[in-house]
Design a binder for this molecule. Sequence first.
Ligand code: NZQ
Ligand code: ZN
Length: 385
Amino acid sequence: MQNFEFYNPTRIIFGENTIPKLADHIPTEARVLILFGGASAERNGTLPAVRKALEGRFTREFGGIEANPTFENLMKAVELIREEKLDFLLAVGGGSVIDGTKFVAAAVDFEGDPWSILTTHGANVKAAMPLGTVLTLPATGSEMNSFSVISRQATHEKLAFGSPHVFPRFSVLDPTRTYSLPVRQVANGVVDSFVHIMEQYLTYPADGLAQDRFAEGLLLSLIEIGPKVLSEPENYSLRANFMWIATLALNGIIGVGMPEDWSTHSIGHELTARYDIDHARTLAIVLPSMLRARKEAKRGKLLQYAARVWNLHEGTEDERIEAAIIRTEEFFESLDIPTRLSAYDIGEDAIEPLIGQLEAHGMTALGEHADITPDVSRRVLQMSL
Ligand code: NZQ
Ligand code: ZN
């Protein structure tokens, strides 16, 4: 196990009817900006519940944060905060609203070009406004981590940053707030959290006994509840488990002391930037090919994954590995998430521009061994056609 420091200051307020508790965690004198996405938070009663919890407080609202939140739009929120001298941010929504709010928090007092927060991946962030969240879509883990992914419309870019300054102070996780999710978003959430676990687990054996068993437990739980969480939208127990699994998948705890991959995410972000495919759907396309392309480097963990997660014990090593990758694809497809580029009418001619994007963003040494060169990424994309 590698040396590590673990720090996660986010308070989780979990359970049914927990939105009123917001008021206990936002200072009474705060000038609050409530940020949200499209119409869903209003329609499903989440925003009205938030307004009620903050009755009598000074609040302003900023709606319209889009899926894959854009720099251009978020800078309008930054202006509003400066004009109105607001000092606390409350994100109400999924990963996009929370990520957007983190960027706004870091950008308000940032000196210099705020886009450089993304190009330096957060290294230049020295401070941020305090923020809290009310989560409505289990998927990204953004409610309990220090990461944010922002898109720039003008240049078709999608980049991530991380900074300890943008950890939410608190996050309210009320599983009943997810009942209104369309099936497609629930499926996206299952796949995104599955791949978050895989990016931290499926590298090489690194002697993290608890981390491995924890990751395998989360994967097994997702496989168990995945199909049911889609078909039974108002099953509280299923939604509560799904919500907490998605948070645990990317709140840092399973990755401590372990090598991490994240190459599937880096390639996936380029697919979203160019073709506007939902984040999780890009991962389902890339992950299986990535596992096949890196079979030798990942052999030990692929065999462990085959045995412990998919209960595959028969056949040669290569047969067990291939069977585990096929099970993974079948799991994604069972949630109606395609695993091929052809499902989006994307063909061979798309590959070179995607490789060009990866090179332009310095994504030329990806993965746990930093050996995923553009040549390897090209092969992965070809295998995903
Ligand atoms: O805009 P509204 O009307 O609110 O609708 C949203 C949106 O269209 C809808 N939705 C959310 N909660 C709902 C709901 N509809 C009905 N009922 C509810 N309760 O769902 C749609 C998608 O929302 P979005 O926030 O975009 O989805 P998600 O949570 O999957 O976030 C995706 C973004 O997070 C980034 C992705 O790249 C992408 O930009 N990621 C962030 C990470 C992080 N911060 O750690 C890690 C991830 O790997 C990921 O990259
Ligand atoms: Zn993800």
